[in-house]
Design a binder for this molecule. Structure first.
Ligand SMILES: C[S@@+](CC[C@H](N)C(=O)[O-])C[C@H]1O[C@@H](n2cnc3c(N)ncnc32)[C@H](O)[C@@H]1O
Length: 215
């Protein structure tokens, strides 16, 4: 997508919340409560429904979204929920992400063309601490004929093989392809084909950290 900011600002230019104000229900069901000081990152958090939920669970939440209008709405949602979000507008692919920094990364319906997807997944891997958790729900290629949201280009959609390849550096605790009913604001309504994932970034081995192959 040439300019995600204008594409998405056009869509978020409305009073109500395009994907609702409640967190995605998979994320709500599986994300653990934070221990004190735990940090979470929500890339492409849109109008903030998931970031606000993470803040309610006790995380120090950082988020980014291409749309400044969405970020304004995220701040309004956080204020009405009485929580703090460290949200900012920007193109996350253009930014350096911190290394080994977050205890949790939550991805919700974020789809890129393959080259950008690889960059995105690499950045997530980099910013998670070893042992940190990735919780993700995205559409699969079976979403193409359905009308409950998502891009219509198959190369932007996921398959279980693609996810397994993306998550080679993780222990996958849970992964399921599912057809389910979405009720998320005006844009995500109806039957959807998604993949839901919970994965933990593996601790680095000495081979990965120092490049030596022997003791
Ligand atoms: C389908 S919406 C999902 C929003 C949110 N995750 C949710 O589920 O409510 C996709 C979001 O990705 C954001 N986005 C797209 N490309 C981006 C980029 N390169 N950097 C940051 N945000 C991006 C859009 O602005 C949009 O808010």
């Amino acid at each position: 997508m040439a300019d995600p900011a204008s594409f998405w600002n056009e869509r978020y230019q409305r009073e109500d919340y395009l994907f609702g104000t409640e967190a995605n229900d998979f994320i709500r069901a599986v994300t653990p409560v934070a221990a004190p000081g735990m940090r979470a990152f929500a890339p492409a958090d849109g109008e903030g429904r998931n970031g606000v939920h993470l803040a309610r669970l006790g995380y120090e939440v950082s988020s980014i979204d291409a749309s400044n209008l969405a970020v304004d709405k995220a701040f309004a949602l956080a204020e009405s929920a009485g929580v703090t979000l460290n949200a900012r507008a920007g193109d996350m692919l253009e930014e350096d992400w911190p290394e080994n920094h977050y205890d949790l990364v939550v991805v919700c319906f974020m789809h890129f063309m393959p080259d950008d997807h690889d960059v995105f997944m690499g950045k997530i891997r980099q910013c998670l601490k070893p042992g940190g958790l990735l919780v993700m729900e995205n559409y699969t290629v079976d979403q193409i004929p359905l009308t409950s949201g998502g891009p219509k280009k198959p190369e932007m959609l996921l398959t279980p093989d693609r996810v397994r390849a993306d998550l080679a550096a993780y222990d996958i605790a849970f992964m399921q392809e599912i057809r389910r009913h979405l009720t998320e604001g005006p844009r995500h309504q109806g039957i959807a084909a998604t993949i839901q994932v919970i994965a933990r970034k593996k601790a680095q081995t000495s081979v990965e950290t120092d490049g030596k192959t022997g003791p």
